[in-house]
Design a protein around this ligand. Structure first.
Ligand code: C5P
Length: 280
């Protein structure tokens, strides 16, 4: 049996790519599949955690059992969802009175939230929130801060400055798309919540340790897991991975190498490392 290393902990995980619209039919994205983040979500549930999985882009994987899944598209939407999930204010986490509970979901406790590009709060969209006072009072009392944030998402570094409102026509021989930098979700969340235990990922092709230690410091992480993406046999769409894990100087832990194994096995090992580091 798996030791319940994360019993009672609330974990928020980002996974998959982000999708940045160019116009209503085209987008910029990357080859991330979300496998590592979904494997981590399963491993965290097995370790007793309460898990919220924010899936970007169009992740095609089934929602792990007993995980609250929130689908978003772009980096901006992922940041808002992550902030609300970490603060415990996301609508998917709010208290639902027993008599209004939709029992059709009860068979597996998994919730699927299809937002398809429109975030549910805070960015000017015209959604109606019909929450009666009683429920509202409950939900305000129920905001639970997350304990652990794990960023596995392959967030697009840049997005289009503004998506064209209509499909762009092929009238010109050449075209230029102007891009602006996306927010760093991991750094934003981490720096805003010093008490949160934060885990980053990095894909490097060279100087793995130097870049990893730089990110540990600049994003104020507790630990970072790095894969060497110059290796063809691991990473991205592969079912296998291999990693080096580096720790913040706050901990006494030496760097750890996780040899090539399935993403499920790697996820289990990472969760056990996270559990052991949390109690240091
Ligand atoms: O700086 P770099 O992109 O290599 O950092 C990778 C780590 O930062 C990953 O954990 C990734 O999920 C996270 N990240 C993020 N938002 C970004 C870029 C990266 O959360 N815009």
């Amino acid at each position: 049996t798996t030791p319940q290393l994360l019993a009672g902990k609330r974990v928020v995980i980002t996974a998959g790519p982000t999708v940045e619209a160019i116009d209503p039919v085209r987008y910029l994205s990357n080859h991330s599949t979300g496998k590592m983040g979904f494997a981590l979500a399963r491993a965290c549930v097995a370790a007793g955690a309460d898990v919220i999985l924010i899936a970007g882009g169009k992740v095609a994987l089934p929602t792990p059992l007993n995980v609250t899944r929130i689908d978003v598209l772009s980096a901006k939407e992922m940041l808002i969802a992550a902030q609300q999930c970490v603060d415990g204010t996301h609508s998917a986490l709010q208290y639902v009175p027993e008599d209004e509970h939709d029992h059709s979901h009860d068979h597996d406790h998994s919730h699927q939230h299809e937002h398809h590009g429109e975030c549910d709060c805070g960015d000017g969209h015209n959604h109606s929130h019909e929450i009666d006072d009683k429920e509202h009072a409950h939900s305000e009392n129920q905001n639970v801060m997350a304990d652990i944030f794990i960023a596995t998402a392959a967030v697009a570094d840049y997005r289009t400055e503004e998506a064209a409102p209509q499909k762009i026509k092929k009238t010109q021989d050449a075209m230029t798309i102007s891009l602006v930098k996306n927010p760093d979700i991991l750094a934003t969340i981490s720096l805003a919540h010093p008490e949160l235990f934060v885990v980053g990922f990095a894909a490097e092709t060279q100087d793995v340790e130097r870049y990893a230690r730089g990110k540990l410091l600049s994003k104020d992480l507790d630990l970072i897991a790095c894969n060497d993406v110059s290796r063809a046999d691991i990473g991205f769409a592969s079912d296998d991975n291999a990693m080096q894990v580096f720790f913040s100087d706050r901990y006494k832990s030496e760097a750890v190498t996780l040899e090539k194994a399935s993403k499920d096995k790697i996820a289990e090992q990472l969760v056990s490392i996270i559990g052991q580091t949390l109690v240091q």
